[in-house]
Design a binder for this molecule. Structure first.
Ligand SMILES: NC(=O)c1ccc[n+]([C@@H]2O[C@H](COP(=O)([O-])OP(=O)(O)OC[C@H]3O[C@@H](n4cnc5c(N)ncnc54)[C@H](O)[C@@H]3O)[C@@H](O)[C@H]2O)c1
Length: 296
């Protein structure tokens, strides 16, 4: 099965258990992992809406540990998703972040070890680079928990660090322009996670994977971008001039070069960039563009 540029094939009979399966990432991952041939146990606090008939469901609370043992039965690979996010800092206190993101990860890793599960894909974040923010801090601790369990208990893992994929409200300003800077397309992140599952299935080590937008702007063009952003954008992404001017996009800052930890090892090859967005938006009317809503 090919998603983006990654062809995924599961080792026969490999069972993936996914905690937090009812959320944004889980809903996108389940059909992809099934299509790749993985057997699936989905877990969340409550049954997952629209559960695929081929998947098993087992309720568990990763924070209290209730139900976790049953979830791990027959599992080979754990994909652990539950977390409070950066957007939750406004209405959740630090202790709540600690309880779900840190204790929830620790409890789930311990349940995995108890059940003989030795392969883990864990969702970190680019917020890992901001350890003085409570969300980023829990991602730093989480990656340390993974490495502790690698050294002490022999797990192998991939810590996936996505950039922002929060649902967008303005397709041009938030999503399209964002692909030059802080944002990554959700489908590329889902590809990154599937690549990570494939990777841990057949490797025994610890790895970080930067789930970022494609490296679409050569380093040699960044200096020119500073002098002539629109002209450089139009040369690299034909049609960009008209779209940037039409939507009044501020692209004066040079694009962000993605860090590529783990790309070679996992085969992660993101494919949705500013240029693919320009191609999509060119030819649409203003009303059609305005009518676009984030479908997740
Ligand atoms: N969405 C982003 O922009 C983004 C970016 C970077 C990293 N991440 C990371 O990706 C992971 C998944 O994100 P998402 O967008 O799918 O999150 P989400 O909030 O959409 O889903 C989280 C799921 O976890 C479940 N959950 C919450 N508490 C639980 C508990 N105590 N026990 C069991 N399940 C519980 C929720 O019911 C929900 O279904 C998170 O670790 C997040 O930090 C997300």
């Amino acid at each position: 099965m090919i998603h983006g540029n990654h062809a995924s094939t599961a080792p026969t009979g490999t069972r993936v258990v996914m905690t937090g399966a009812g959320g944004n990432m889980g809903r996108g991952l389940a059909p992809r992992l099934l299509a790749a041939g993985y057997q699936l146990t989905l877990s969340d606090r409550k049954p997952v809406d629209g559960l695929d008939a081929e998947a098993r469901f087992a309720a568990a609370d990763v924070q209290t540990g209730e139900g976790l043992q049953a979830v791990m039965v027959d599992a080979d690979i754990l994909v652990h998703l539950p977390a409070l996010h950066g957007i939750h800092v406004v209405d959740h206190i630090e202790r709540e972040f600690w309880d779900l993101n840190v204790n929830g990860t620790f409890r789930t890793l311990q349940a995995a070890i108890d059940a003989g599960v030795r392969k883990v894909v864990w969702l970190s974040s680019q917020a890992w680079h901001e350890p003085n923010d409570v969300y980023g801090f829990t991602k730093v601790i989480g990656e340390q928990l993974l490495d502790y369990h690698r050294v002490r208990h022999g797990i192998s893992y991939v810590a996936v660090r996505p950039a922002s994929l929060v649902p967008w409200t303005d397709w041009a300003r938030d999503y399209g322009r964002g692909l030059l800077y802080e944002r990554v397309d959700r489908n590329d992140v889902l590809d990154a996670i599937v690549s990570s599952v494939d990777y841990v299935a057949s490797n025994d080590n610890g790895l970080v994977l930067d789930a970022l937008h494609p490296d679409a702007v050569p380093a040699a063009d960044l200096a020119e971008w500073k002098l002539d952003p629109i002209g450089t954008a139009d040369r690299l992404f034909p049609g960009a001039r008209a779209i940037v001017q039409r939507f009044g996009l501020d692209i004066s800052a040079p694009p962000v070069k993605p860090s590529k930890l783990g790309w070679t090892e996992t085969g992660y090859a993101p494919s949705r960039d500013f240029g693919t967005w320009i191609d999509q938006v060119t030819g649409l009317s203003d009303d059609q563009v305005k009518a676009r809503t984030s479908n997740y």
